[in-house]
Design a protein. Structure first.
Ligand code: PLP
Length: 366
């Protein structure tokens, strides 16, 4: 349980003594790409058994000094989040559902035997960083400031047990479009590797899951695809998700389906938003298991008309083609579908403040 002192943690703010010159920053902000440039500041909060969360600072973005025996380097006790801040048409800055990220961060923390961070502190830490680096919003259409809160085991210790020290940080990266190609619809490869096993860490947002997905993802790229899709580890039959995005299927009767959160699938916030938006459009959304054979059959019969992947980074990405060792099919025309486009537009409009926010998803900065 968080103590009152932890919930009302005081942040010490040290402005960067030599922030990036405006000209250089402007150049980055005109074409930031994804995840390569970082803003001037970062948040850091320390945890140990004795003091709990303490020493909350926001200061210059800088390299960390890490002991070679630091626990995370050996046993990967690490979790993270990803969310975006937007500069809206009216100039205001807004965060999108940061409390949902805070809650999920703590769910991940519990699975990885790490201390929970009070949700208020998580949200506050993100707000403060965005506020300090409010000049770091991309100037190009569709840009945002991508925020990466994360926590790692920082104890200098090689024994196998939960660390007794942790560091929580937040860094910010100006972001353009996630998919470099900007392709209208992606092609995906059905991996023979699996991402998450029953009762494993599939529902936690931990670095280890990503480490395990790199070979399958590289294989997909080598075979000429954009992304990899994983089947369940037990039966190698049920469609789970992509390496870092959830998946939706759209049928010709106007219904949608997304795989049930069984514990091996990451509970995406974008997935959740789209379910709400689709239901409000009067569409029926089912959470069910969906097999790879059914997927092929429905695509070939025309019953499946659209398919898309979703996540914070790319929002919504249409899936046009699917290929595996012994199957290959196209969904609809192979291009982006209508409903996919409409749902994306609706979500982006709420995020960017060009449409009302009936769900209370948007948190304005001040
Ligand atoms: C983060 C993530 C998602 C998408 O979650 P969002 O909250 O929508 O960004 C989906 N799958 C995996 C494996 C993830 O790590």
């Amino acid at each position: 349980m968080a103590t009152v002192a932890e919930k009302t943690l005081q942040f010490t703010h040290t402005p960067h003594p030599s922030p990036m010159p405006a000209e250089q920053r402007a150049q980055i902000l005109s074409d930031p790409g994804f995840g390569t440039s970082f803003s001037d500041h970062m948040v850091m909060i320390e945890w140990d058994e004795e003091r709990g969360w303490h020493d909350a600072t926001i200061g210059p973005y800088r390299p960390l000094q890490i002991d070679p025996a630091c626990a995370v380097l050996h046993y990967a006790q690490e979790i993270f989040e990803g969310l975006k801040a937007y500069r809206r048409a009216d100039g205001e800055i807004a965060l999108f559902r940061p409390e949902a990220n805070a809650a999920r961060f703590n769910a991940s923390a519990r699975r990885l035997a790490m201390p929970e961070l009070p949700e208020e502190v998580f949200v506050e830490s993100v707000r403060r960083l965005v506020s300090a680096d409010r000049d770091w919003f991309p100037t190009l259409e569709g840009g945002s400031l991508y925020l990466r809160p994360f926590m790692f085991a920082s104890e200098k210790f090689l024994g196998v047990r939960p660390s007794k020290q942790y560091k929580y940080l937040v860094i910010a990266s100006p972001a353009g479009n996630y998919f470099k190609s900007g392709a209208p619809a992606v092609s995906i490869w059905v991996s023979q590797y699996t991402r998450a096993a029953p009762s494993g860490t599939g529902a936690a947002k931990c670095g280890g899951n990503y480490a395990a997905s790199l070979v399958p993802q590289a294989e997909a790229i080598a075979r000429g695809h954009d992304q990899v899709v994983f089947l369940d580890a037990e039966e190698r039959k049920w469609v789970e998700e992509l390496g870092g995005m959830n998946v939706y299927f759209v049928f010709d009767d106007g219904t949608l389906l997304t795989p049930t959160l069984t514990g091996t699938i990451l509970p995406g916030i974008t997935r959740d938003c789209l379910m709400t938006l689709a239901r409000d459009e009067g569409l029926s959304v089912r959470e069910e298991r969906y097999s790879i054979e059914q997927w092929r059959e429905d695509a070939n019969s025309g019953r499946l008309v659209e398919c898309f992947a979703c996540g914070t980074a790319a929002v919504v990405t249409p899936v046009g083609r699917v290929e595996g060792p012994d199957l290959s099919f196209t969904i609809g025309s192979g291009g982006p579908g209508q409903l996919t486009g409409k749902l994306k537009e609706r979500l982006v409009a709420i995020q960017r403040g060009t449409a009302p926010d009936p769900y209370g998803w948007v948190t304005k900065l001040d």
